[in-house]
Ligand binder design. Structure first.
Ligand code: S5P
Length: 485
């Protein structure tokens, strides 16, 4: 039999094992408080893995010893912490108390079961702490019986303010891991991508609970500061936005002083790579249509992603997904293009309804990707207008964790989190032979209050694409400066 009083795994091994059994999950989860979180911990599953339990309780006990916590009995917060408290009690010969969730309506009607005397000290055991509410509920019941509670031990502190809240109530919280430590270890062993790590760090910062907030709003998270989008500078918006791709994009736009995206609609890998290297210094984003490339290969992708690092731009694959969720999941993750593996941003039509986003999100969210919804189009006679556009905005609002804005022609939302990206741009307005309509960078940024211009043939078919890129960059950015002033 394993010795229940020792840790058989190292802390890092334990984190990796807990990840393996899906006690730590990453994606998008609705918490008890109603807010969405990129990380979720379901430690209830650990009872199915008896080989892990001694390590979990071993580290909890180690903290108790290291901190020299003295107590007469221990009590687990129901229900997940009950087996943990039981193991600690048996292996360290400390009496245990059980807190009932509801009192019996027969017999003794006791809430706290077990033998104790008023004035006895009790150590509270918990699996995960977010705001500290569950621990405080148990503490309250113990105190009603005359028990004294000054310490609690938890396997994982999400680092969202529970520690401080408990401290305010006279309880020292000791943890084995913080969410940040778990994330760092998983990142170190390539279980989590950098973008997800950034996303979680931001989530922790933005969703700290404090005592005032809990009493006034039942624990709901802090809403991001809202100001009208068109009035705020790119760098200020970067600070307000929660999506890592939006933040990175807005930050580099201000740094590079550009709101230009070049649509590199060329058909061979060599032509595209050569063009991207030339225009890279002047763009915030490069837009691709990978399905028009004759000689697509993973080598092309590695060259493109290297250039994205060299010139500091975002990659946007203009795939325009428009199918049911199940199909787009496969189109986005698989096939020969494996778009989700390399494109920071892709886009989708809202035509199929929110299912298209649900499908893309399942693939893109764990990878920290973002999606634009096509709310309006630049082509003559298109059907994306009126109610269609309004419903598209609603779909985006319901999927803020993944939808980062719109491909559109006008200001359709005032929300600073939603990027407005506009194609159909040339230095003089007009139309091509197939109904593509062009307006100028100034018109798009200053009058239509868009954030980013997309230029294709105006640059890639210009006599000198570098001179053209500089001209579009200058026109787009000066229109933005004019709007800000
Ligand atoms: O409404 C739209 C949406 C998009 S993404 N109109 C567009 O033209 N686009 C894309 O922008 C289009 O697929 C093309 O890649 C680019 C415009 O290219 P240009 O050569 O006309 O500037």
């Amino acid at each position: 039999m394993a010795d229940l009083s020792t840790c058989v795994l190292s802390q890092e091994e334990l984190i990796l094992e807990l990840f393996k059994i899906q006690a730590f999950k990453f994606g998008n989860f609705k918490l008890k408080s109603g807010i969405f979180s990129p990380a979720y911990f379901d430690l209830r599953v650990i009872v199915s893995y008896p080989e892990l339990l001694p390590s979990v309780t071993g580290y909890m006990w180690k903290i108790v010893e290291d901190k020299n916590v003295q107590f007469d009995s221990l009590c687990g917060v129901p229900y997940t912490a009950l087996p943990l408290a039981t193991i600690l009690s048996v292996s360290h010969k400390k009496p245990m108390l059980i807190r009932r969730k509801e009192s019996k309506d027969y017999g003794t009607k006791k809430i706290i079961e077990g033998h104790f005397k008023p004035g006895d000290t009790c150590l509270v055991i918990e699996d995960v702490v977010t705001s500290g509410s569950s621990i405080l509920e148990t503490v309250e019941e113990l105190k009603k019986e005359g028990l004294v509670v000054t310490h609690a031990v938890v396997l994982l502190d999400r680092g969202q303010g529970g520690h401080q809240r408990l401290k305010d109530q006279g309880i020292s919280l000791h943890h084995v891991f913080t969410l940040q430590q778990v994330v760092e270890v998983l990142h170190k062993y390539n279980k989590l991508e950098t973008e997800m790590v950034e996303r979680i760090s931001l989530f922790i910062q933005k969703n700290r609970f404090d005592a005032k907030e809990i009493s006034s709003s039942n624990g709901a998270g802090l809403p991001p500061q809202k100001q009208p989008r068109k009035m705020i500078s790119y760098s200020e918006r970067a600070r307000l936005c929660s999506h890592p791709v939006t933040r990175k994009l807005l930050t580099l736009m201000e740094e590079k002083r550009t709101n230009l995206t070049v649509s590199v609609d060329l058909t061979t890998a060599a032509e595209i790579i050569s063009m991207v290297d030339k225009v890279g210094p002047y763009v915030c984003m490069i837009k691709t249509h990978v399905d028009i490339i004759e000689d697509f290969s993973q080598d092309f992708i590695s060259k493109l992603t290297d250039l994205a690092v060299k010139h500091n731009f975002i990659i946007f694959e203009d795939r325009k997904f428009a199918d049911i969720g199940h199909t787009v999941m496969q189109q986005y993750s698989g096939g020969m293009y494996r778009i989700a593996d390399w494109a920071n941003i892709t886009n989708a039509h809202s035509l199929p309804g929110s299912g298209v986003i649900q499908g893309l999100k399942q693939i893109g969210l764990p990878k920290g990707r973002g999606c634009l919804l096509i709310a309006e189009m630049s082509s003559s006679g298109n059907l994306c207008s009126g109610d269609y556009t309004k419903e598209t905005v609603k779909i985006a609002e319901g999927n803020r964790d993944f939808v980062i804005g719109f491909v559109c022609q006008s200001a359709i939302s005032d929300d600073p989190e939603f990027l407005h990206i506009t194609p159909g741009v040339q230095l003089s307005s007009g139309q091509d032979q197939m109904g593509q309509n062009y307006v100028t960078p100034r018109e798009v940024i200053l009058n239509h209050k868009s954030d980013i211009i997309i230029v294709g043939r105006g640059i890639i078919k210009a006599e000198d694409p570098v001179i053209a890129a500089k001209a579009y960059m200058e026109a787009g950015y000066s229109a933005y400066m004019e709007r800000m002033s």
